[in-house]
Design a protein around this ligand. Sequence first.
Ligand code: ATP
Ligand code: MG
Length: 416
Amino acid sequence: MNNSKLDISKRLKKYLSPQVFDLLVKCGIFIEENSANLFLVGGSLRDILLNKSPKDIDLTLVNGNSELVEKLAAYIGGQIIFKSQFFTYKIQVKNSVIDITEARKEIYSSPGSLPEITSKCSIDDDLYRRDFTVNSMALSLIPSKFGSVTDPFNGINDINKKQIRIIHDNSFSDDPTRILRAIRYSIRLNFKIDYKTLSKLNEFKNNINLITGFRVKNELIKIIREDSRSKILLSLHNLKIFDIIGLKININNQINKILDTFQFKKEYTDDLILIGILTYNLDIENIINITEKLYLDSTYIKTLRDTQEIKLFLQNIKLDNLNNSSIYKSLNPYKDEAIIINSYFSNTKVSNKLNLYLNKLKYSIPPLNGSEILSLGAKEGPRIKEIINELLYDKLDGKIKNKNQAIIKVKQILNS
Ligand code: ATP
Ligand code: MG
């Protein structure tokens, strides 16, 4: 093993968890025994060369097939949790997930269309279909070559120069989503976009309107999940990318600030909140246009609609004048994410009330349940639900403090 291989092995150990490292070694052994070849590729290798832990593990299998992937999954005690017709697989082993693609060649018949894909090719062919030099390297995982790096486009040199560079002149015309990716990576990694790449990016940026809304949505979601989302969006805005796609997204100082202060919370769907923030200031036609263009599903549509309804409601009603039960009744029909979006755009008083609902009021439970109310002499029917609600509202407003007071209230209702 030469020095650079030793160095890479050390880095793999440093930046991968021991479980994942052992898993990759094991995969390499099995694949070599089966006369195939296995590489660590893409962002995983790029990040390790940048002295970072990769977000996910991307592997490429050469000379294999789906049967071999299935055998490999069994050998490492894992399960295939996803398989697509494009020769890609996800294997889960305990709490680790690895992405495997069979090496493939892609042929683009027209700009922006989905490529024709053929498997059964070399690692060099596979690297040639990728987006940027820094993502187009491969590291051997089979024991006889463990740690040797294939770098046909001088990706290591570009890592050292901190630059994003396409690997051939047609890259952006073949797949214009790479324009969005180039900007995302350059800002995430703090790399510049190489001069020629930038000129090709400008030459082909109008092709962005050729990609399907579904693919734009996927890239947009990746962008809003980045820490530097506001910088990326601003850069896309300055390049007029949203205008070209036909999305009316206003990026301004207020939105940027909100995007920068945004914090992920595991109980909510962050993507909904972030898209809601981006579209908050738009009128309803533009919002509908975005949901249609990007094929956003019904959860998005409901969240964005709720957001606008709450916004209108807050313009007309002073929330801090309302008692708790009225706040509860007003906000209960809406999605939590729509309430959070509004809280980002509200003054402190209003946002405190919205948070009071989200953190406390929303979780209040009625002091008595249906069967308890029946046992007090109520008759079955829709009235029971109404009584339960009345009890809840009184509890929220502090009029009922315990079960006994609730029982007294029910008796009063039944006797009236
Ligand atoms: P991240 O760190 O965000 O996961 P990544 O580089 O691993 O970044 P993925 O989206 O996981 O990106 O894709 C894995 C690899 O697949 C990329 O590194 C790249 O080589 C290749 N790839 C993904 N999308 C494209 C594309 N549109 N065109 C060419 N290659 C792509
Ligand atoms: Mg990745």
